[in-house]
Structure formats: structure tokens, C-alpha cells
Design a protein around this ligand. Sequence first.
Ligand code: CA
Length: 257
Amino acid sequence: MLSLDIPMSHSRPDLGRTSQILIVEDEEIIREMLVLALEEEGYEVTTAPDGRTALGLLQDSESDRRQFDLIILDLMLPQVNGLDLCRLLRYQGNPVPILILSAKASETDRVLGLEVGADDYVIKPFSIRELVARCRALLRRQGAARFFTPTGNLPVPQMPVLQFKEVMLSPQECRVMVRGEEANLSPKEYRLLELFMSYPRRVWSREQLIDQVWGQDFVGDSKTVDVHIRWLREKLERDPSQPEYIITVRGFGYRFG
Ligand code: CA
């Protein structure tokens, strides 16, 4: 089961309510420092020490209509990494502002973070005053946007079913149907397929797939990807030696469709 290290508070869905911030960070010292600084600013703060707990909280927030106004997101997290979490939220149509807080300082990392839908990117080590100021700016923008939305928070749309030819993937149910029959995929195979189907025809290198599906903690080599692709093809393709779904792009990697 998921456990929270700070009890959840209930929302007051009026426009004048206290802004709610979710901090997703596995380093306890940073987490506590952020909680202190943000609570001092008058925000309500909830924390999650890993990606999966954060997902649980965000899913709860959909059902009881509690909604976070801002997420501060570390990238290197246990279980579900920050990039995946960010990508998933955007894919689900969740418009919550996201500020990535990461030790990954390269331009590529920053661009990638913003490309998957983050609104701001702060590099560790960071100045707490600057971070609080950036949070305030993001919340101000969010507040201004909400002012023009008569119902307050935007509804979170249902995750659409992904379909290509005879393969159908339902993210809501984590189910895959192939030619009308349920396919029994391992979690990694499912994750690979979901990624492929979310970005049809996009070419992925093995390293990118490892990053997306296995995450930062992966130990092993890119052969792992090939093995999983082979298993996945056996479950999807009519003829795995002549694949029509997962296509090898010679010298680059794989694409779907
Ligand atoms: Ca971390």
C-alpha cells in the first residue's frame, strides 16, 4: 500500500482557498526544507517520497475533487521517475503547473523536462528564496488562468484508449487487447507498448527506452530492450519475424507503426 509521510488535508474549493503544493522528492532533508519554507509562505503542503506515492495522491485528488495547484518534482525518484510522472500527468490532460527540481543540470535535461510539460526547471543545489519566488510566480499565473474558468478547477479528462490496427490499449484498466483477445503483458512490456502507442511512429533509441521504461536505476545493457521487444512482438505480431507494429529502425532503435 501507499503511505504518506504527511497526512492529507481537505480542500476548500473556493477561489480564495490556500494554494496546495505537492512536493515529490526522495531526499528527506530537501523535502523538509521545502515544507518549512513553503508553509511559512502560507501554502498547504503535501509530500510524497517517490513517484508511485505521488501518483496515488494525484489519483485520489481526482476522486475527492482535491486538486494541487503546483507540483515540485524531483527527477531521480524511486519507482516512477519524475519525467514519467510529468509525461503521464500531461497525457492525462492534467494542467497543474509543474516545477522540476533536479540535480540533472545539462541543457538536454532541462529541455527534455520542459518538453514533457514542466513549467519551470530549477537546478540543485538551489536557493530556497529563489525557489519560493518561482513557486509564487507559477501560482500567480495559475490563479490568473483559473479566474477565467467559471467552474474553478479544470476537469481531468478520461485517459483515452489507444488503438492501432488490431491492438488496443486501455490506460484506465491497464489492459491490452490483441485481435479481440486479452494479451498477458508483463509490467515492462505494458509500459513499453504504452510508450510506443502514445507516440506513434516516433523513433526511440534503446537508451531512450531504458530511460523511459526502466528508469534511472536500471542496471544492465541495451540488450534488455531487444529481449523485451522480442517478447512483445511475440504477443502482438501475427508473424514476429515480419513485424507490422514494432518496427526496427536500423542504426537508431524502434518505432511503433
Ligand atoms: Ca532524487
